[in-house]
Structure formats: structure tokens, C-alpha cells
Design a protein around this ligand. Structure first.
Ligand SMILES: Nc1nc2c(ncn2[C@@H]2O[C@H](COP(=O)(O)OP(=O)(O)OP(=O)(O)O)[C@@H](O)[C@H]2O)c(=O)[nH]1
Ligand SMILES: [Mg+2]
Ligand SMILES: [Zn+2]
Length: 227
């Protein structure tokens, strides 16, 4: 057998160590952190804005935006009233915990109840990088097709919540909801699925209520651990 150098393992081990440190920091700051994954254009920023509309009266919300270049998404959420930091990865196709550590230093407002990390649009390598998040959420949008769990199983397996976005476009696409649910029930039977439209607001109440409940439970758990 030829000598083989496994590059991935030490990089991921270092990322995981830093992610654990981040988890401790987030817990100390009392912040529930969502790592939001999807392909480009499936509606991450639109969903963040809709989630802010649903939860801003109950929680203080911050957003960390990850993109290869530009700050357009951070500007969109900042205009909508959230504390926001933009990470430019300079070509890298995923976020790593070292980047989140720097963004968390920069975000300033440490009284956040909820921080949402918008990962780089990518269904593949984002999956391998733990960012210290409390909850991993992915978006699949209807135009991408119901077969994506078969082609990109890793992201569907590693996410606790799956948002099926652009549900308003169902009439234009042959997206088979039953087939999609069947694929997920085999890959990740514990995943919660919410059908939503960030455009029309359909389904957003159910998603926001679920997230609000998770944030409250997290707070109760954290204060019980402190006392
Ligand atoms: N019809 C419809 N369009 C949507 C919905 N959500 C987002 N869009 C549109 O989809 C496009 C991409 O939305 P974004 O929110 O920018 O997607 P994104 O995942 O943040 O994109 P990147 O950050 O570039 O990966 C925009 O034109 C949105 O208006 C939806 O629920 N229904
Ligand atoms: Mg975006
Ligand atoms: Zn990558």
C-alpha cells in the first residue's frame, strides 16, 4: 500500500477542540446558537429575516454571516435590526470554529439570547465542521428537488431540523413531499421537518414557536446548572 497522508483528521480534530471551547463560551454568555446550512440561494438570509420578525419581540438576536466574499447579507440583517458580523472566508467553502471565535469577539453584544450563523452555501464540507452550535438546521428549497437526501445524505443526517423552504413554489415544481419525508425517515428519523416560505411567511409560526421553546429550555437548563 502506498504511503497515504490523511490531511482531514488533524484539521478536524483541531476544529472540534475549538468548537468545544466555543460551546463553553456560548453557554457562559447564555446564548442559543444555530448553525444554518444549505446550498447557495435556498433562502438562508430570507429565513433569518423571517425568523427575526417572528422572534424579535421575545429575544435578543445576533447573526454571524459567512460568505466567500461581500457583506451584503450582514447589511440585510443589520438593517432589520440584528447585531451582525460578516465573515469573508477568502475563497474557503465552509466556516470553521476559529472564524466563529473571532466573529464572537467582534459581535460586541454579549446579551444575545439567540445567535444564528449563516454558513457558506454548500451542502458538502460545511457538514464536517462543528461550530460549537446548540442546534444544526438545514434548508432545502423546493426548486432544488426532493432527491437531494439521496445525493447529499451527510447534511440531512447531521441536521436536527430541516426547513423545506419556498413551499409557495410547489405548484411550479414536481417536488414529492411524501417521497422526501420517506427519505428523511430512513436517513434521520429524529429530524424535525418544517415546511416554510420565507417569502409569504407560511409555516414560519410553527418554526419560530419550536425555536422559542428550544431557547427557553436551554435557558432553564443553563440557570439550573449555575445554581
Ligand atoms: N418564492 C420564494 N422565494 C424565496 C423564498 N425564500 C427566498 N427566496 C428567494 O430566493 C433567493 C435567494 O434567497 P436568499 O435568502 O438570499 O438565499 P441564501 O441562501 O441566503 O443565498 P446565499 O447566501 O447566496 O447562499 C432570493 O431571490 C429570495 O427572494 C421563498 O420562501 N419563496
Ligand atoms: Mg445569504
Ligand atoms: Zn469547504
Amino acid at each position: 500500500m502506498a504511503e497515504t497522508i490523511q490531511m482531514g483528521t488533524p484539521i478536524l480534530a483541531k476544529n472540534d477542540r475549538l468548537a468545544d471551547e466555543l460551546r463553553t463560551r456560548f453557554a457562559q454568555d447564555g446564548t442559543f446558537v444555530v448553525n444554518l446550512l444549505s446550498s447557495p440561494g435556498s433562502g438562508k438570509t430570507s429565513t433569518i429575516l423571517a425568523t427575526m420578525r417572528g422572534l424579535a419581540d421575545r429575544f435578543r438576536i445576533g447573526v454571524i454571516e459567512g460568505d466567500i466574499a461581500s457583506d451584503v447579507d450582514a447589511l440585510r440583517v443589520k438593517e432589520a435590526g440584528a447585531a451582525a458580523v460578516q465573515i469573508n472566508t477568502g475563497g474557503l467553502c465552509h466556516l470553521e470554529s476559529a472564524m466563529i471565535a473571532r466573529a464572537w469577539d467582534a459581535i460586541g453584544d454579549k446579551g444575545l439570547d439567540l445567535a444564528i450563523i449563516e454558513n457558506v452555501g454548500n451542502l458538502v464540507c460545511t457538514v464536517d465542521f462543528d461550530l460549537g452550535e446548540t442546534l444544526r438546521v438545514m434548508i432545502l428549497s423546493v426548486p432544488e428537488g426532493d432527491d437531494k437526501p439521496l445525493k447529499y445524505p451527510g447534511i440531512f443526517q447531521s441536521s436536527q431540523v430541516i426547513l423545506v423552504n419556498k413551499i409557495d413554489t410547489l405548484p411550479a415544481f414536481d417536488f414529492d413531499r411524501a417521497r422526501f419525508r420517506d427519505e428523511i425517515s430512513q436517513l434521520n428519523p429524529n429530524a424535525r421537518i418544517f415546511e416554510v416560505s420565507a417569502k409569504t411567511g407560511e409555516g414560519m409560526d410553527a418554526w419560530c414557536d419550536y425555536l422559542a421553546q428550544r431557547i427557553q429550555e436551554h435557558k432553564a437548563h443553563a440557570s439550573a446548572a449555575r445554581s
